[in-house]
Write a protein that binds this ligand. Structure first.
Ligand SMILES: NC(=O)c1ccc[n+]([C@@H]2O[C@H](COP(=O)([O-])OP(=O)(O)OC[C@H]3O[C@@H](n4cnc5c(N)ncnc54)[C@H](O)[C@@H]3O)[C@@H](O)[C@H]2O)c1
Length: 257
């Protein structure tokens, strides 16, 4: 296979149970990395709530699956009200939702402001909005984990992705600032930066493009959503209590500092 490792990631049959009785929210958890993370948390005992434009596919695997738009503040607040009423206070927030301009994307010199606003809204403001909603309660309860989805595009920079890289670097700055505000109350805030992960966006790429991505990745393969889910679950676990404000790359070595 072109994009997998010789020994692809396999989920541990003897899965740990680190999130029993914890309430976990995953935004954009209907497909891809978000869905893999929602499943991972559920498999480890969490009561998981997902908000997605289309949460159908993950609905049977989680406690609450709601169709909704994370860029709409009214829908987001209604979703969190429902999570708290049905599942209880939120222990973990995974701000996963986000995307590039995709088919509307292209070189910065040909880009337009409406597209930047779309990308910043879906990839940065969604994380700020959901965090603003849950952080006061986490602080009051002196417990909580917020994990924000960035991208290695933020650090590496990518041709045709200036708006996306800006939004995802915004996530890094937001993560560091919020981490400082909440650290003393036992709430950690971290960012994850995946490189190439095999989700539906990759299914539309030409084999030559995939090969170029693979060749530019020191590890030599394109990873699975479950690889990222494992990192997110670790950061959400009790074991990660002394890790906050960090930006963790999971990109096969594309960016090294
Ligand atoms: N796949 C990669 O290679 C990669 C690399 C780095 C970062 N990321 C980031 O990971 C996150 C997930 O990406 P993915 O590849 O799993 O994407 P995906 O397209 O496979 O899944 C994204 C999910 O988000 C949902 N969604 C999109 N806009 C939404 C909105 N406004 N409100 C609610 N739900 C919405 C979609 O319906 C979909 O279920 C994104 O923030 C992306 O930028 C992905």
């Amino acid at each position: 296979m072109l994009w997998t490792a010789d020994e692809p990631f396999t989920e541990d049959a003897e899965m740990q149970q680190r999130f029993i009785d914890r309430v976990v929210v995953v935004t954009g958890g209907g497909l891809g990395i978000g869905a893999a993370s929602a499943r991972r948390f559920a498999d480890e005992g969490a009561r998981v709530a997902v908000m997605d434009l289309d949460a159908t596919e993950v609905a049977t695997r989680v406690a609450l699956a709601v169709n909704g738009d994370c860029t709409d503040a009214t829908q987001v607040n209604a979703f969190f009200d429902r999570v708290e009423a049905t599942l209880g206070p939120i222990d973990v927030l995974f701000n996963n939702v986000g995307q590039s301009a995709r088919e509307r994307g292209g070189p910065f010199l040909a880009s337009d402001e409406a597209t930047w606003r779309f990308v910043l809204e879906v990839s940065l403001l969604t994380a700020m909005r959901a965090s603003r909603r849950v952080a006061p309660d986490m602080r009051a309860r002196s417990r909580g984990r917020i994990i924000n989805m960035s991208s290695d595009a933020a650090l590496v920079g990518d041709v045709g992705l200036a708006d996306y890289a800006a939004a995802k670097m915004g996530v890094v700055g937001f993560t560091r600032s919020l981490a400082r505000e909440l650290a003393a109350q036992g709430v950690t805030v971290n960012a994850v930066c995946p490189g190439a992960i095999r989700t539906r966006a990759h299914d539309t790429l030409e084999p030559a493009v995939l090969e170029r991505i693979r060749a530019g990745t020191p590890a030599g393969f394109i990873a699975e959503p479950a690889d990222v889910a494992a990192l997110v679950a670790f950061l959400a676990s009790d074991e990660a209590r002394f890790i906050t404000g960090q930006t963790i790359l999971i990109d096969g070595g594309r960016w090294m500092t």
